[in-house]
Design a binder for this molecule. Structure first.
Ligand code: NIG
Ligand code: FE
Length: 415
């Protein structure tokens, strides 16, 4: 199918980038006012200013849509989520309101172990349906590519169940999906005093099956005090590397324990969370080729200090934004909210936010050749806004839905 969109008020995120956008360049966002865009068979086939249309597209296709007043952006690329989960945890939300800390809730048997218990007891089909519903909701909010982690299974059987759900989502959805194995999310109760035993289970029992069934693209570890140490993370990632699984890592959420240095040595594709950073670590991230992925809705929900986005940008880092969608620390996967909070609380410019949520998100999933910008040959994953006065308005006027419609792979997403 061929469709030509005309009179786009602003066509945003035109990109010829190799690799993530870093430092000051994040504030540069190419766009065309009063533009046309041609989509053929689900792929971007042409675009330019309206005054060039006659010259560039002399033979108009049958299907022409005048979208006067609407902006068009590349879809959001959400490179860090835990979208597959069973049940919600609003009881912990209330505990937090009453003053309990994240660590205290975990000690009460809440937290990740709470979600793991629920997930272990939920059949695969039920998990799949709930995850697909969430995924469709996010697609209508503009998410066109997403990374989804396991990590609420914590047993061989349940981790494989989660990863099989993600594989099925990949096969069924127009959203592009990457799967990450996060067996090392926390130590299951059985292995609380026997870390070596759980590492062996991950390395000897989970990884070979995951590789055999091609259930994961990446490997992740929650490197944190009381969870996995940098040494344990290194052991797990080296085992993953034997199966070509590159690391995308949870680091420096609560404490600075050497995870950044270890993650850089492991050549992680992305280092994620980063609420707690020393000045030296900011400099390391500034010089590191991989993505520095900030998850501001997790900081918001847990009432923590926000990630130091400005310092990271000044240091030259490839700042990337993602939702961390999960039932414990970010029960929202709405990238529009992530973007607004990033402008409001982390003082990122709207242009920086869009680059960080599109092209850089795509890089953090190695999808930059397919999505993340308006470029001929890339998949037609497009956000059409309602009429808005400016780009900045999208994030300034937060909490309202400024999206009129979303196209994925050339198909309209049902709202
Ligand atoms: O990314 N920090 C570790 N994992 C999740 C939260 C997990 C949970 O509380 O369920 C996160 O924030
Ligand atoms: Fe996370």
């Amino acid at each position: 199918m061929t469709v030509l969109f005309t009179h786009i008020s602003k066509l945003v995120g035109i990109g010829e980038h190799n690799g993530p956008i870093r430092g000051r360049a994040l504030a540069e966002l190419a766009s065309i006012d009063d533009a046309y865009l041609l989509v053929e068979d689900g792929v971007i086939a042409g675009f330019g200013p309206m005054y060039e249309l006659e010259l560039r597209v002399p033979q108009l296709p049958k299907n022409v849509m005048d979208v006067f007043g609407q902006m068009v952006l590349p879809c959001w690329c959400d490179s860090h989520t835990h979208l597959v989960f069973a049940g919600s945890r609003e009881d912990e939300f209330i505990d937090k309101i009453k003053g309990l800390s994240y660590a205290e809730i975990a000690a009460k048997g809440g937290g990740i172990l709470n979600s793991a218990k629920k997930l272990q007891d939920t059949p695969e089909e039920e998990l799949y349906k709930a995850a697909l519903t969430r995924l469709n909701q996010l697609a209508a909010l503009g998410t066109g590519a997403i990374e989804i982690k396991s990590g609420y299974g914590l047993s061989v059987e349940a981790e494989l169940k989660m990863l099989r759900v993600i594989k099925k989502l990949k096969q069924q959805s127009d959203v592009k999906i990457k799967a990450t194995f996060l067996g090392a999310h926390t130590y299951p109760a059985l292995y609380k005093e026997n870390h070596e035993g759980y590492l062996r289970e991950i390395i000897d029992e989970m990884l070979p099956v995951i590789a055999g069934e091609q259930l994961a693209d990446y490997i992740d570890v929650f490197c944190e005090t009381g969870f996995f140490s940098p040494e344990e993370m290194t052991t797990i990632c080296k085992a993953g590397a034997a199966y070509q699984l590159k690391p995308k890592l949870h680091v420096n959420q609560l404490n600075s324990i050497g995870a950044i240095e270890a993650g850089i040595k492991l050549q992680a594709l992305s280092l994620d969370h980063l609420e707690t950073l020393t000045d030296d670590e900011i400099q390391l991230l500034g010089a590191y080729k991989g993505c520095s992925t900030l998850l501001p809705t997790a900081a918001f929900f847990l009432r923590m200090q926000f990630q130091p986005a400005r310092k990271l940008i000044d240091a030259g880092a490839a700042v990337t934004l993602a939702s961390d969608f999960n039932p414990g620390s970010s029960p929202s996967g709405n990238m529009n909210l992530v973007n607004a909070i990033s402008c409001i609380q982390m003082k990122m410019l709207p242009e920086e936010v869009i680059n960080a949520s599109t092209l850089n998100g795509a890089c953090a999933m190695e999808l930059e050749n397919q999505v993340g910008s308006i470029k001929i040959g890339k998949t037609a994953n497009l956000i059409f806004t309602k009429p808005v006065p400016s780009l900045a308005y999208l994030f300034y006027s937060f909490g309202a839905n400024h999206i009129d419609k979303v196209m994925l792979n050339g198909n309209w997403v049902k709202a």
